[in-house]
Design a protein around this ligand. Structure first.
Ligand code: RB5
Length: 145
C-alpha cells in the first residue's frame, strides 16, 4: 500500500498517478486533499504517519514545487524524503538514500513524467552496503536533535 497526498496545487497530478499506477497493480491510500485549499504540512504529516506506522510501505507527496512537502516530511524521525524531477535522481535516491517518501512539484513537471518517476521510485531497491552506514549516520544526527 502506498500513501499519497497533495495540497490544492497537486490534486490533478495525484489523481493522474493513482490512475496510471493502479492499472499496474499498485494500491494507494489517499490522504487528501480533495482540491479544497489546504496547508501542505498537514498532508505531509498524514502521509508520513502512514509510512512510520508501517501501514504503508512508501509515500508520495505533491505540492506546487514539491519543496514545502520535502521540508515538512524530512522533519519526521525515520522519514527520508527526496524531491524528484528526473529519472536519474529518482533511481539513485532509492539505491543510495533508501528514501521512503518522494516529493514532486505539480507546477514544475508534467503528469506523465510524474507517473514514470513514481514507478521508478516504487520499483528500485536500496543497495545497502556502504550506503547503510551513511543512512545510520543520518539517523545519528536525527537522534541528536
Ligand atoms: C501553494 O500555493 C504552494 O505554496 C505549495 O503548493 C508549495 O509549492 C509549497 O512549497
Amino acid at each position: 500500500m502506498i500513501a499519497i497526498g497533495c495540497d490544492h496545487a497537486g490534486c490533478e497530478m495525484k489523481q493522474s498517478i493513482i490512475n496510471a499506477l493502479s492499472e499496474k497493480g499498485y494500491e494507494f491510500k489517499d490522504m487528501g486533499c480533495d482540491g479544497t485549499p489546504c496547508d501542505y504540512p498537514v498532508i505531509a504529516d498524514a502521509v508520513c504517519s502512514e509510512v512510520l506506522s508501517g501501514t504503508c510501505e512508501k509515500g508520495i507527496l505533491i505540492c506546487g514545487t514539491g519543496i514545502g512537502m520535502s521540508i515538512a516530511a524530512n522533519k519526521f524521525k525515520g522519514i527520508r524524503a527526496a524531491l524528484c524531477s528526473d529519472s536519474y535522481s529518482t533511481r539513485f535516491t532509492r539505491l543510495h538514500n533508501d528514501t521512503n517518501i518522494m516529493c514532486m512539484g505539480a507546477r514544475v513537471i508534467g503528469n506523465g513524467l510524474a507517473s514514470e518517476l513514481a514507478e521508478i521510485f516504487l520499483t528500485t531497491e536500496f543497495e545497502g552496503g556502504r550506503h547503510q552506514r551513511r543512512i545510520d549516520l543520518i539517523t545519528n544526527i536525527e537522534n541528536k536533535n
